[in-house]
Design a protein around this ligand. Structure first.
Ligand SMILES: Cc1ncc(C[n+]2csc(CCOP(=O)(O)OP(=O)(O)O)c2C)c(N)n1
Ligand code: SF4
Ligand SMILES: [Mg+2]
Length: 310
């Protein structure tokens, strides 16, 4: 339980009222995920993180794309936008520019976020809006019945790669570093407590933050199973308490680790990078929502604002 400030929707001041409780995030929707799917652990971790941050459901907004993992906002009682395939980051950025007070979290699958949404991904990384991106990375297209995805292992057998995937798998950590992502962490769906910490740190970071989450798809991915991950993952801070995530060279080396050993934790962070919205001159006068609210008031001086911005 945590105290939170609850803003009345009228926008007239702030009042201390509620205690945030995990039950506030309980959705009446019945899950269609397969029993044992890693998405359950990710949902549990996200709830824990929101409660841990003292955020009430109206303080946060979760955007998703299309896929099994992208159904997550259905199972969470929170502001939500289930967008179209690969477009969650564009929608999340727009929402953040419109309302700076909301904590905006995009939740996508690996196919959605790294495949069809790949172009939006790299430009969001270099743009650095203050949003969090949780990628449910099961290394397969789950919803459409098991085709190989951008993170499937080289040689991965599936209906669309019957001779084994020819392409080299995307390394989301290295991609993020190369494209200017200002916070990059990795979690595991079977360790929701650690994952909740990663999400909390990501939400607290000002700028685009990527949390790549390893998760089993128990129905279609028979290579990267829960056991496969458990045999390989280790926590960076447990192995090296002095690991410095702001050291770019050290982070680049960590980013290359995959195969027999897979690091979990905050791999890279650059807290000094300004956010996109902090650099748009117009937005220094308020969010798009605040500006449009002012525009509707009779005392609003549109001409002087226009003159200053042009
Ligand atoms: C434009 C478009 N192309 C293709 C699809 C079909 N489609 C829906 S979900 C999906 C893959 C989802 O994979 P991923 O993002 O990894 O999510 P998962 O189901 O594994 O959680 C595809 C190809 C679609 N809905 N829209
Ligand atoms: S198909 Fe895979 S990703 Fe989709 S719900 Fe089932 S286990 Fe989860
Ligand atoms: Mg997937």
């Amino acid at each position: 339980m945590a105290d939170t400030l609850v803003r009345p929707t009228t926008g007239q001041g702030i009042m201390m009222v509620n205690k945030v409780d995990i039950k506030m995030y309980q959705s009446p929707e019945k899950s269609t995920w397969c029993p044992g799917c890693g998405d359950f652990g990710i949902l549990a971790a996200l709830k824990q993180a929101l409660v841990g941050l003292g955020l009430a459901p109206h303080d946060a907004l979760v955007v998703s794309g299309i896929g099994c993992g992208s159904k997550l906002p259905h199972y969470l009682r929170v502001n939500a936008f289930n967008s179209i395939h690969g477009r969650a980051l564009a929608v999340a950025t727009g929402i953040k520019l419109a309302n700076h007070n909301l904590k905006v979290i995009a939740v996508t699958g690996d196919g959605d976020g790294y495949g069809i949404g790949g172009n939006h991904l790299i430009h969001t990384m270099r743009r650095n809006p203050d949003i969090t991106h949780v990628v449910e990375n099961n290394q397969v297209y789950g919803l459409t019945k098991g085709q190989y995805s951008p993170t499937s292992e080289h040689g991965y057998l599936s209906s669309t790669s019957p001779d084994g995937s020819i392409e080299v798998a995307i390394n989301p950590i290295a991609l993020g570093m190369a494209m200017g992502a200002s916070f990059i962490a990795r979690g595991f769906s079977s360790d929701p407590k650690h994952l909740a910490q990663m999400i909390m740190l990501a939400v607290q970071h000002k700028g685009y933050s990527l949390v790549d989450v390893l998760q089993p798809c128990i129905t279609y991915n028979h290579v990267n199973s829960n056991e496969w991950y458990k045999e390989r993952v280790y926590k960076i801070e447990a192995e090296n308490p002095n690991y410095d995530s702001t050291d770019r060279d050290a982070a680049w080396q960590k980013a290359q680790e995959w195969g027999t050993r897979i690091p979990l934790g905050v791999i890279y962070a650059d807290p000094s990078r300004p956010t996109y919205e902090d650099q748009v001159p117009l937005l220094q006068r308020g969010s798009l929502l605040e500006l449009s609210e002012r525009a509707m008031r009779s005392d609003y001086d549109y001409e002087s604002l226009k003159a200053e911005y042009m």
